[in-house]
Ligand binder design. Structure first.
Ligand SMILES: NC(=O)C1=CN([C@@H]2O[C@H](COP(=O)(O)OP(=O)(O)OC[C@H]3O[C@@H](n4cnc5c(N)ncnc54)[C@H](O)[C@@H]3O)[C@@H](O)[C@H]2O)C=CC1
Ligand SMILES: Cc1cc2nc3c(=O)[nH]c(=O)nc-3n(C[C@H](O)[C@H](O)[C@H](O)COP(=O)(O)O)c2cc1C
Length: 179
């Protein structure tokens, strides 16, 4: 098989299975976040890697949430949320919010504080972004929430938590340069 044929093998198929897509996605390293909310829909949170910066005017993030997640009804009803960026010390927090644990128990094992929006803020998060949800868009199984930043903070002293190849990894703030 020549190089062109090999390339076509990767680009030609029209039907991409969910399994194949996930396998390819497992090659993308991602920061790990716990996204929280509180309000008329109740308190809830879930672990999320599908978080990214959209624009700095106005400062806006997007968060993708599966509409079948136990946390979804609360996010659908509430107008605010907080993106808590996890440090390497928060692997258990990620597991707790990553599914199955009853919502009432998820907030038991870390320090959560309330600041500007009412959404729970993880006290020692690497960074936190309190947001007002400005737009929502259903896409397939998920909902994209566009989130305007209301307030935020950062902590410099930690290593960050990454998710890559279906496993957690730790990345130090500075890595010695090679050569
Ligand atoms: N964006 C999402 O909704 C994500 C959901 N998860 C959940 O955690 C479980 C375990 O994940 P892994 O250990 O990484 O193995 P996996 O093989 O299920 O997923 C591999 C990668 O595919 C992507 N992915 C997984 N489920 C997805 C979904 N429903 N929609 C869009 N992208 C998705 C993510 O980038 C994930 O890291 C998944 O089965 C899923 O339920 C994990 C990561 C992202
Ligand atoms: C590392 C990691 C990243 C995840 N990222 C997302 C995400 O971006 N969006 C999402 O809807 N679910 C994501 N999930 C899955 C949710 O955290 C949660 O497991 C799922 O919503 C089912 O939770 P439930 O048992 O409360 O219904 C992720 C899970 C893990 C472990």
């Amino acid at each position: 098989m020549n190089a062109l044929q090999q390339q076509e093998q990767h680009t030609a198929p029209r039907e991409i299975s969910s399994r194949a897509f996930r396998e390819a996605m497992s090659h993308l390293a991602a920061a790990v976040n716990v996204v929280t909310t509180d309000g008329p829909g109740g308190r809830a949170g879930f672990t999320a890697s599908a978080v990214c910066s959209v624009t700095d005017e106005p400062p806006t993030l997007l968060v993708c949430i599966n509409r079948s997640a136990s946390a979804y009804p609360a996010f659908a009803d509430n107008e605010t949320l907080c993106v808590n960026v996890l440090s390497a010390a928060h692997q258990e927090v990620s597991n707790t919010f990553g599914g199955k644990t009853p919502m009432a128990m998820r907030f038991d094992h870390a320090e959560w504080i309330t600041q500007d929006t009412g959404a729970p803020v993880l006290a020692d998060a690497l960074a936190h972004f309190e947001c007002r949800v400005s737009q929502r868009m259903p896409v397939g199984t998920h909902e994209i929430m566009l989130c305007e930043i209301v307030s935020m903070s950062t902590h410099d002293a930690h290593e960050c938590l990454l998710y890559f190849n279906r496993q957690y990894h730790q990345l130090p703030r500075s890595v010695a340069s090679v050569g």
